[in-house]
Design a protein. Structure first.
Length: 609
């Protein structure tokens, strides 16, 4: 028998009768002193910024300049991603408010958002039971917990909720709002008429702005709405905003932001079944809204590990009411709302309740690389060249493949005053690493690039710096020293040989040794290399005041763009097994079979069990 398992706001909540409860049995815990929580990243996660808020230049964002953007929802239908989120000018629950929609064919390139549920004027004189205040020149506040529904006849419905806030201590999700609205998204991208699908008490067709869905002349649309209303699990998502005695809602307790999946037998948790038949939950594993992490289960009940999905916190550029720091309110694609090609899990979330992001998560989920890295981009297939890279790609600092001298290279661009581009590559965890890459810069008079060798907990032990004075530098304890000069447009081959046991490392530039030095931080092993176009960030921290009531001084303009390009990366443990393999095999596919076999036979000692 299929049972629906429900995950709710306040920890792990199970809606399974006669079964077991959801639990985390892993030993790994998050360290909240770090934005990444000292968690190992999921191999191949891509963090993509969908919309970067801008009050000064709204044409680069939503066209309006509104800076409170939150509660995104995601669906995949008719070969496209659909992402809905709510927006207010400044802060949470402060009208006016509306819901926006953006779409993408690939999850990486997103259309400019458009209003799908516009600002709604509340009739003057409206009151709420038990709430002080009377509506005067007041607009509604959006507060939807369900964004999409794909009907059995393959019609896509988009939904939102108009709530009311009549005073500073009022809430739009108290069951005394106006009601839930619905409209169809057609295959050509156009919207159908706007209707109410469910009114709160005291509201109806006569005193509301939009008609009731039953009045539509489109029989297929009416049938799709009826189908939705007949599904209890769909209705449970409405519990916060619905009448507290609404007979459509199965469980009346105020569970928040319901997500569910089917099994046999803090700031919102997302759970889903993945394409390999296992399950993931994605959430903030602390009382703070960072990092964004996931755990994996074989049966949907017992979750055994904790891995990183998104471990960066962009500076909050605009203050506002209840704007919490960090990646939060994560949602994926609910059962029945589509399956993107490639088998990946996709989730969406807001950053600081300001910017909207998505992440693609490869399936099966793993936090380790057992294959030595030989990523020579001009020789790789375009559709797979970045599938084992972790990228962090803001709108103003994109990470993507580009043509350089007639070849495909990995490009990191950065024109964001407050953010950076980042690309990471895991390699087999080892105490003795050999890493070599070919890189070039687009300039040497502005911009910055950090190249770091990092352990599984995210601690960098080696840092090379391409600075804005044309120098390649290295971190030597708390000092940063010059190593060499670099020129724009020139290719540089850099090799790093590092030994965690002795704490020594050497750097070779174009085949010539230019440095032997000590690691600036002790680590037991090396696990990945990071390329980042900015300084590391440590604000906010656990002692930062909860609410930011100020804007960062800014012009809103993009700063002069810096660009860095990576042609190739090779990284492997410096053990005889790996070095022998490199002499025998010349292409990447040979590695996969070899190391899967060697790991099974426990013959490669550098790979931990």
């Amino acid at each position: 028998m299929h049972l629906a398992l429900m995950l709710v706001m306040m920890g792990w909540g199970a809606g399974v009768t006669g079964g077991d409860s959801v639990r985390y049995s892993g030993g790994k815990l998050v360290n909240i002193d770090f934005h990444h929580g000292q968690l190992t990243p999921v191999l191949g996660v891509h963090n993509i910024q969908v919309m970067r808020a801008s009050r000064e230049f709204p044409e680069t964002a939503d066209g309006m300049g509104w800076t409170y953007n939150h509660a995104p929802m995601l669906a995949y239908w008719n070969g496209r991603f659909y992402l809905e989120y709510l927006t207010n000018p400044v802060g949470e629950h402060i009208p006016p408010s509306q819901s926006m929609l953006t779409t993408s064919a690939d999850g990486y390139h997103w259309d400019k958002p458009v209003s799908v549920f516009p600002v709604y004027r509340i009739p003057d004189g409206t009151v709420k039971p038990g709430v002080r205040g009377v509506a005067r020149n007041l607009d509604a506040v959006m507060h939807q917990r369900m964004g999409f529904y794909v009907s059995g006849q393959n019609r896509l419905l988009c939904l939102g909720y108009y709530g009311m806030v009549l005073s500073g201590d009022d809430s739009p999700n108290d069951g005394h709002g106006i009601g839930r609205v619905v409209r169809e998204i057609r295959k050509d991208g156009s919207f159908g008429p706007l209707f109410f699908i469910r009114y709160n008490k005291g509201w109806n067709e006569k005193n509301s702005r939009f008609p009731f869905y039953k009045s539509s002349s489109d029989t297929g649309f009416v049938n799709a709405c009826d189908e939705l209303l007949a599904r209890p699990l769909m209705m449970q998502q409405w519990v916060e905003e619905a009448d507290r005695d609404d007979p459509l809602i199965p469980l009346k307790s105020q569970y928040k932001a319901l997500s569910f999946y089917h099994v046999n037998g803090n700031a919102k948790i997302w759970g889903q079944r993945t394409s390999d038949g296992r399950f993931i939950t994605v959430y903030n594993p602390s009382e703070f809204r960072w990092p964004l992490a996931l755990s994996v289960s074989d049966d949907g009940l017992d979750y055994k590990n904790l891995l990183l999905v998104h471990g960066e916190i962009t500076p909050m550029r605009y203050g506002g009411a209840y704007k919490s720091y960090g990646p939060q309110y994560v949602r994926g694609i609910q059962e029945g709302n589509g399956n993107p090609p490639g088998g990946k899990a996709w989730v969406t979330y807001s950053m600081n309740k300001e910017d909207i992001w998505v992440s693609s998560i490869p399936v099966p989920v793993t936090g380790r690389e057992v294959v030595p890295v030989r990523d020579i981009f001009p020789e790789m297939k375009a559709e797979t060249e970045l599938e084992r890279w972790n990228i962090y790609s803001p709108v103003f600092a994109p990470v993507r493949m580009e043509m350089v001298g007639g070849e495909r290279w990995l490009a990191l661009r950065d024109s964001d005053e407050f953010d950076f581009a980042k690309a990471e590559r895991l390699f087999p965890e080892t105490k003795t690493a050999e890493v070599e890459f070919v890189i070039r810069a687009g300039q040497n008079d502005h911009g910055l690039l950090h190249v770091e060798l990092v352990n599984p907990e995210g601690t960098p032990a080696i840092r090379l710096v391409f600075d804005n004075d044309g120098n390649i530098r290295y971190k030597d304890g708390y000092r940063v020293k010059n190593l060499a000069k670099y020129q724009p447009g020139e290719n540089y081959t850099i090799k790093i040989s590092a030994d965690a046991n002795s704490r020594f490392y050497s750097v070779f530039l174009d085949g010539r040794k230019v440095l032997t030095a000590l690691l600036f931080a002790p680590v037991n092993t090396f696990q990945r290399i990071t390329f980042r176009t900015g300084e590391p960030r440590r604000f906010p921290d656990v002692d930062t005041p909860t609410d930011q009531d100020f804007d960062i001084v800014q012009s809103g303009k993009a700063v002069p763009e810096a660009s860095f390009y990576l042609r190739s990366l090779e990284a492997f443990p410096a053990s005889q097994n790996y070095q022998g393999l490199l002499l025998k095999a010349s292409d990447y596919e040979h590695y996969v079979d070899y190391f899967n076999r060697m790991e099974d036979e426990n013959r490669v000692t550098d790979i931990p069990n």
